[in-house]
Design a protein around this ligand. Structure first.
Ligand SMILES: NC(=O)c1ccc[n+]([C@@H]2O[C@H](COP(=O)([O-])OP(=O)(O)OC[C@H]3O[C@@H](n4cnc5c(N)ncnc54)[C@H](O)[C@@H]3O)[C@@H](O)[C@H]2O)c1
Ligand SMILES: O=C(O)C(=O)C[C@]1(C(=O)O)C=C[C@@H](O)C=C1
Length: 313
């Protein structure tokens, strides 16, 4: 997938795009949508006064509100860019101003729970097209975003039942306009796949860094100071936003627990191989996983190294 943005669109897709939440993802969408001419007007809301002040200072949107309803009023597309646990309350807060035909979307890392929380608040005729950009960093806030974040990355759409095809196509065009490759799937399938490819890896990172920090305290040794490269990679992931990830785990409970059970069984098998000097089993697995990584890289689907060559504006 190409990691650069194409030329801006000649005609915008949306008349008024409303972004709720101007953190890493919301501010990246604001920057990309502006740069690519995807919306005539961009308005936004954020509950945090410091975020609003900073967003105004750097001109992220045409207008920035404290009240979600003020941003959603008159918008033909509203995208919720808040932690997944906040999506339901935000939908409730804007229900009275949403117009029939308007598209409501989100960027949450979990889809099933977000859809269940948001859908009951949407008035008749509003088109609900949830999305998840499979792109991000460990940073948060309005200064963390950049316009090329989604270029060369997947954006997964999980349209609600009965949604108009035109609304799905407009959201597809929107994400393609920001350089993403779009895939459509069901919410349960999304949540299962992302549980093993994103959620469990984050849990492992949080856990291993926590264990090392505890060990350091108990043994009074410099475990973290002398950590090798592998551990440093875990510390990047474990620096991710605590609120966002608390919400991800509490809202994708079943899939994460199912994948963790499987993971624990496979980990026990590896521990057994080590205990019984079963080098063959270890070597076979490591050979298979190396081939997987090399396959991903040669298809151009790997993420850029965290601190090296990260694409910016
Ligand atoms: N960070 C990533 O790597 C990543 C990648 C893909 C998707 N996502 C998803 O995107 C969403 C946003 O994540 P982020 O990394 O941009 O977070 P962030 O912490 O950088 O930004 C979230 C923003 O939402 C605001 N907010 C919170 N509750 C609100 C409310 N009730 N009303 C209005 N504003 C509110 C916060 O003040 C903050 O500015 C999450 O649902 C997350 O799962 C994150
Ligand atoms: O690169 C990172 O920092 C990320 O963790 C990004 C990542 C991921 O797991 O790939 C994290 C959560 C999102 O829902 C999508 C992308």
């Amino acid at each position: 997938m190409p990691e650069r943005l194409g030329p801006p669109r000649e005609a915008p897709i949306f008349r008024r795009l409303a972004l709720v939440g101007l953190g890493l993802i919301g501010s990246s969408i604001a920057r990309a949508a502006r740069r690519q001419n995807l919306a005539t007007e961009i308005v936004a809301a954020d509950s945090n006064a410091e975020v609003r002040a900073r967003a105004e200072e750097i001109g992220l949107a045409d207008r920035v509100y404290a009240d979600v309803a003020d941003a959603a009023r008159g918008a033909d597309c509203v995208i919720l860019c808040v932690p997944v646990g906040a999506c339901g309350p935000v939908a409730k807060a804007m229900r009275s101003v949403l117009e029939p035909g308007a598209i409501v979307s989100d960027v949450g890392s979990v889809k099933g729970a977000v859809m269940a929380a948001v859908e009951p608040h949407l008035p008749e005729g509003v088109q609900f097209v949830p999305a998840h950009p499979v792109a991000g960093t460990e940073d948060s806030g309005p200064d963390a975003g950049f316009s090329t974040l989604f270029a060369g990355r997947w954006a997964i759409l999980t349209p609600a039942y009965g949604v108009e095809a035109d609304a799905v196509e407009r959201m597809r065009a929107f994400w393609e306009g920001m350089g993403s490759a779009v895939e459509i799937m069901s919410a349960p399938h999304h949540d299962l796949v992302l549980a093993i490819t994103s959620h469990v890896p984050h849990l492992i990172a949080y856990n291993i860094v926590g264990t090392a920090a505890d060990l350091e305290e108990v043994t009074r040794s410099e475990v973290i100071k002398f950590s090798a490269g592998g551990f440093r990679d875990f510390t990047r992931i474990a620096a991710s936003d605590p609120t966002m990830w608390r919400d991800v785990f509490l809202n994708n409970k079943e899939a994460v627990l199912e994948m963790l059970q499987r993971f624990n069984e496979d980990l026990s098998a590896l521990a057994r191989a080590i205990r019984w000097d079963d080098g063959e089993t270890l070597h076979a697995l490591f050979t298979r996983t190396r081939a997987i990584r090399r396959g991903i890289v040669s298809e151009g689907q790997d993420a850029p190294a965290p601190d090296f060559g990260r694409p910016r504006e």
